[in-house]
Write a protein that binds this ligand. Structure first.
Ligand code: PLP
Length: 358
């Protein structure tokens, strides 16, 4: 089967095979990795190695700390303002779609959110205002945005450059899909369940000078300072997810790192968008410059046919192709682990479906 699920999502087959081989007896410990103490020397080494591999892959500068958290990206929607807003009350939130709007809504419980909609809809086509036109407030502590809107299939490829404004980014659905310049960000966070590993673990990369300004009400389990002081093991971490994330980091390295990932991902996305564009049956409603290379959304001529497409695709072993309920239509999530063969298979199915229903 070919799994286009938006998340939890397909993982590399090689990684799953390794997990299977190691499941009952990990590193000759006589136990499964998920049965061992997070304080033992074996898991400790595994956790450190994963952290170092992630640092290598993203080229994370020394003055940034990598934390492995829990609660998903949504916990970070609250953790961000609570961690860094002790000395200020205002934050800019860029609204580019569903998830960035959710982040703003959650943050508004803890600070004064200055929200700005950057979505442009023109003749049914969605695009995002260029960053040079985003208006940031002088008195805000940071600006938050989401480079890849998973539901809408909208991606912002520009790298942020806002003088000395702290940039916070939700990279849940695009982390490790392409190289980024970590120095441009104050905080990066991402749930693991799309491009990294199983759900239950969340990556936070934070510039060290931002740590230590938490509001008093911040729960300890979300406090970056406390997490840092305990090597992300203040409470029991999701050890199995951490271990698997480490295997995925190694897998990405073995394929050549993030530049190689970017090439792979661009090739897959291009193939699919090219097919959609030449078709009179399918359409994508995102401006070319903002088309996500991770989540490709498309529509058939009407909702009835969308339903039929999803149902017949499922029978043809295409998993998770239904669009999000608020967007409708279809969505092919083609994260790092999706091979180009999967995209080719999907296109063949789309061609057939078009022939029979066009
Ligand atoms: N942000 C983005 C961009 C997402 O795609 C998602 C989940 O799909 C979330 C946040 C929410 O993540 P979580 O379920 O880990 O809280």
């Amino acid at each position: 089967s070919y799994n286009f699920s938006a998340g939890p999502a397909k993982l590399p087959a090689d990684v799953l095979k390794q997990v299977q081989a190691e499941l009952l007896n990990w590193q000759n410990t006589g136990a499964s990795v998920m049965e061992l103490s997070h304080r033992g020397k074996e898991f400790d080494a595994c956790a450190i190695e994963a952290t170092n591999d992630l640092r290598d892959l993203l080229n994370v500068p020394e003055n940034y700390k990598i934390l492995f958290c829990q609660g998903g990206a949504r916990a970070q929607f609250a953790a961000v303002p609570l961690n860094i807003l002790a000395n200020n009350t205002h934050a800019d939130y860029i609204n580019s779609g569903y998830w960035s709007q959710c982040a703003a809504k959650e943050a508004a419980k803890y600070c004064n959110v200055i929200e700005q909609n950057v979505v442009i809809k023109n003749a049914g086509i969605t695009s995002i205002k260029p960053m040079s036109e985003w208006q940031l407030s002088d008195n805000s502590a940071y600006v938050h945005y989401c480079p890849n809107e998973t539901i809408d299939g909208v991606e912002i490829f520009e790298q942020p450059d806002f003088a000395d404004k702290i940039v916070v980014a939700d990279l849940s659905s695009c982390i490790l899909s392409q190289p980024i310049d970590v120095k441009r960000y104050g905080i990066i966070y991402a749930g693991a369940q799309k491009n990294i590993g199983p759900s239950g673990i969340t990556i936070v990369i934070v510039r060290e000078d931002l740590i230590g300004y938490a509001q008093k009400v911040l729960p300890s389990v979300l406090d970056y300072k406390i997490l840092l002081d305990h090597d992300s093991m203040f409470n029991t971490p999701p050890t199995f997810a951490w271990y698997m994330s480490g295997l995925v980091f190694k897998w990405i390295k073995s394929l050549g790192g993030l530049s190689a990932m970017q090439q792979r991902n661009q090739a897959k996305a291009q193939l699919l968008y090219q097919f959609i564009d030449q078709s009179d049956f399918y359409r994508n409603t995102v401006a070319v410059n903002n088309r996500s290379i991770m989540n490709v959304t498309f529509l058939s001529p009407n909702e009835e046919l969308d339903k039929k497409f999803v149902s017949e695709a499922t029978q043809a072993n295409i998993i998770g192709i239904k669009g999000h309920r608020i967007a409708g239509g279809m969505r092919a999530s083609i994260y790092n682990a999706m091979e180009i063969e999967g995209v080719k298979y999907l296109i063949e199915f789309m061609q057939q479906f078009e022939k029979q229903n066009g």
